[in-house]
Design a protein around this ligand. Structure first.
Ligand code: CA
Ligand code: CA
Length: 198
């Protein structure tokens, strides 16, 4: 069977991670690093619950709101009807998490489920259920993930596509989806702060 030389570019022979375009890889790593509080290389259960605590603390939430936050983040780690995140959460290496997010990016059902997560996250931050976030409220997201404060305003203005000075639920969720799927090198979307170099 020597009639066909091995193709070094055969996708099946190349680890999936090497096929990910640099920009996408940087964005995915930026997300995962924002969640990986204990810096052991991946975002696990403890990291997710730590994120919940940070939302509660930064948002100065009352007991009822805090309970909602805990429940929401705990659910992210459970296998519910269809929770694509559970596949990403329940692996224990950075490369598996990167591949999980990479696959979710090109899977409409997974993208939709991820969108639901960000709808819920929006509602957590929008504690008074006004349907929009002011800049100060948006900072709860930004500061909960301890992102570089110098970029908060820029990202707020990026998300606020209709430029009314407020972020609607739709704008927030669309910005997150754009962050995952936009492969344009010029994109200004910094949903999880400045992109990490690696
Ligand atoms: Ca971790
Ligand atoms: Ca707006």
């Amino acid at each position: 069977m020597a009639d066909k030389p091995e193709d070094p570019c055969d996708n099946k022979q190349v680890p999936e991670i090497r096929q990910i375009p640099t920009l996408c890889l940087r964005k995915i790593i930026t997300i995962l690093f924002a969640w990986d509080w204990d810096k052991d290389g991946y975002a696990g259960y403890d990291d997710i619950m730590n994120t919940a605590d940070r939302f509660i603390h930064v948002g100065d939430m009352n007991e009822k709101s805090a309970d909602n936050v805990i429940e929401f983040f705990r659910d992210l780690t459970k296998r519910t009807s269809y929770n694509p995140v559970v596949e990403i959460v329940n692996v224990t290496s950075l490369s598996e998490q990167i591949e999980g997010l990479w696959r979710a990016k090109s899977n409409p059902a997974a993208l939709k489920s991820l969108g639901q997560i960000y709808i819920h996250m929006f509602q957590i931050i929008d504690v008074n259920a006004k349907g929009f976030l002011t800049f100060d409220e948006y900072l709860v997201f930004w500061n909960a993930f301890d992102l570089d404060k110098r970029f908060a305003r820029m990202q707020f203005d990026f998300i606020d596509t209709n430029q009314d000075g407020k972020i609607s639920e739709e704008e927030f969720v669309k910005a997150h989806e754009d962050y995952l799927v936009n492969t344009n090198d010029d994109t200004l979307n910094r949903f999880y702060g400045p992109l990490i170099n690696y």
